[in-house]
Design a protein around this ligand. Structure first.
Ligand SMILES: NC(=O)c1ccc[n+]([C@@H]2O[C@H](COP(=O)([O-])OP(=O)(O)OC[C@H]3O[C@@H](n4cnc5c(N)ncnc54)[C@H](O)[C@@H]3O)[C@@H](O)[C@H]2O)c1
Length: 356
């Protein structure tokens, strides 16, 4: 598994290169139209002594540019500058830049090295870890891609100060998901450190990023190609994706995942795995981090239909992730439509009898 460095500066980036296998003399920093102007210069300065030549390539920011056309532009840039198999890339951005840079690295000249320097909370705790790369194709998300591990990941949460609140909240959706599926003590830590997180206190955010990333790292280490346990990371994603599609991608991914986690918790409670108190604790925690508790006005049957269409079905059955307590998830493949609808109704605010 790729080593991960955590530091609130870029000061140790050079050391990370020294410790890596990357010995090429040329590197291309790949950012987007937001991240490159903000941070490419600082990164370049930090790694200058390791490389003879540092190039900068900039994608247009946004999921709508996560496609093969953008990848072709990067290939052309690399060819133009005579990048060979020993040269490497550095992804400086959120999940979109990370996924595209990783995919270009996986395929350019049959594969070159790359490193991840994530700049969104979501990318720090999720997309930069685990080696999944790819682009969207013909309206389908991440349809074309490859597993390609970065040489290392360098997490500098100080860059989150320029991230907008909606993107930060989106990342918090993945943080809560990780705590819920893998670490009860961390869930309690989040509750205890709520103020520091909301205030973006640097050491608190660093610790939160590290602990969340650790949960994904340990799961991916045991199951790198998603044959089993890695599916647990999909907690909240099945109904979450359905909401994302239903909302025409107008609600951020992490917010939809948070709603998906609440729905999964409601189903877990209905099936007798999770206590009612825990269900409400999970739901109420979302409010503090600007995550929704309800998806007002969704059409329950339509969300059910989209959920069942989701790619995470095994042999016609929905592979769903449930909780048997806060901090522990399991795979369930015998959910009925009625179970799913109960979860969907709960986040639609239909199931209010608990509060009577
Ligand atoms: N590979 C994986 O395992 C994996 C996992 C989860 C998600 N993803 C992918 O990640 C993508 C979403 O990633 P995202 O949420 O990071 O979105 P993103 O990369 O689009 O970044 C969100 C926005 O924030 C801007 N930005 C990034 N860092 C900034 C900073 N520090 N300051 C100011 N602006 C900044 C970006 O330019 C962009 O406009 C999706 O395409 C999704 O498919 C991949």
């Amino acid at each position: 598994m790729s080593p991960v460095y955590y530091d609130n500066t870029f000061d140790r980036l050079n050391e990370a290169y020294e410790n890596s296998k990357i010995r090429s003399k040329r590197v291309c920093i790949v950012g987007d139209t937001n991240t490159a102007p903000l941070y490419a210069e600082a990164v370049e300065k930090a790694i200058n002594s390791h490389f003879d030549e540092v190039f900068i390539f900039t994608f247009k920011a946004g999921e709508e540019h996560k496609n093969l056309g953008s990848i072709e532009e990067l290939y052309a840039f690399l060819l133009e500058h005579h990048f060979d198999r020993h040269d490497s890339l550095l992804a400086l951005g959120g999940g979109v830049v990370g996924d595209m840079t990783g995919f270009a690295a996986a395929t350019y000249k049959r594969g070159i090295s790359f490193v991840q320097v994530p700049t969104t909370l979501l990318a720090m705790v999720d997309s930069s870890i685990g080696g999944k790369t790819g682009v969207d194709f013909m309206g389908y998300k991440n349809m074309v891609g490859a597993f390609h591990m970065p040489e290392f990941v360098y997490e500098n949460p100080s860059v989150l100060r320029t991230l907008d609140d909606d993107q930060f909240a989106s990342g918090m959706g993945e943080v809560l998901k990780s705590a819920l599926l893998g670490d009860e003590e961390f869930f309690e830590w989040i509750l205890d450190n709520m103020d520091g997180i909301i205030e973006h206190e640097p050491e608190t955010i660093l610790e939160m990023v590290r602990r969340t990333a650790d949960i994904k790292l340990s799961i991916v280490e045991r199951d790198p190609t998603e044959k089993g346990e890695r599916a647990l990371l999909n907690l909240g994603h099945t109904i979450g994706h359905a909401i994302e599609k239903y909302m025409n991608f107008n609600m951020s991914h992490g917010k939809c995942v948070a709603l998906g986690c609440i729905a999964a918790a409601a189903i877990s409670e209905k099936r007798g795995f999770l206590g009612t108190d825990e269900l409400f604790e999970i739901r109420d925690m979302c409010v503090a981090f600007d995550l929704p508790m309800f998806a007002d006005g969704i059409n329950n049957d339509e969300i059910l239909r989209i959920t069942k269409e989701d790619k995470k079905m095994a042999a016609g059955k929905i592979r769903f992730i449930l909780l048997d307590r806060i901090g522990h998830a399991f795979i369930c493949d015998d959910l009925t439509d009625e179970d799913l609808l109960a979860g969907i109704k709960f986040i639609n605010g239909d199931e209010i009898s608990y509060e009577d």
